[in-house]
Design a protein around this ligand. Structure first.
Ligand code: CO
Length: 134
């Protein structure tokens, strides 16, 4: 089964308000949704750019996945999210294909969607997220 498309591109930022303003001003992005993703340790803004989405992630503390990412690599692209029909089925298929996973089973992510992360080692160095439909 193939992914349906790119659900969003995740960008790690230091300052969420400044980043929103920048994407609005430079690319005409519009805020679709804002959420505190507590288990991911990030405050998130989902922006629409035409038919596409950007997810801006600011850390809720230094000792969070995004906080550690910023410390190590600085602001920039954090992950690529693929839209799939069934996150659990896709995780099982990827595990069967030998892909290294971050999440063994789906959890709740942005907009209440089922999500799961796939390790960058499996994807040429880019953290991948699976986002369920509906
Ligand atoms: Co994401």
């Amino acid at each position: 089964m193939a992914a349906r498309g790119i659900h969003h591109v995740g960008i790690a930022v230091e300052d969420l308000e400044a980043a929103i303003e920048t994407y609005e001003r430079l690319f005409g992005a519009e805020v679709e949704h804002r959420e505190a993703l507590v288990d991911q340790g990030a405050d998130v803004a989902l922006l629409n750019v035409g038919d596409s989405r950007i997810e801006l992630l600011a850390p809720r503390g230094a000792d969070t996945p995004v906080g550690r990412f910023l410390e190590k690599r600085g602001a920039g692209m954090h992950h690529l999210a693929f839209e799939v029909d069934d996150v659990g089925a896709e995780l099982a298929r990827l595990a069967g294909a030998g892909a290294e996973l971050v999440d063994e089973r789906p959890r709740r992510g942005i907009l209440g969607h089922e999500i799961a992360f796939v390790h960058p080692a499996a994807t040429g160095g880019v953290l991948a997220e699976l986002v369920g439909r509906g």
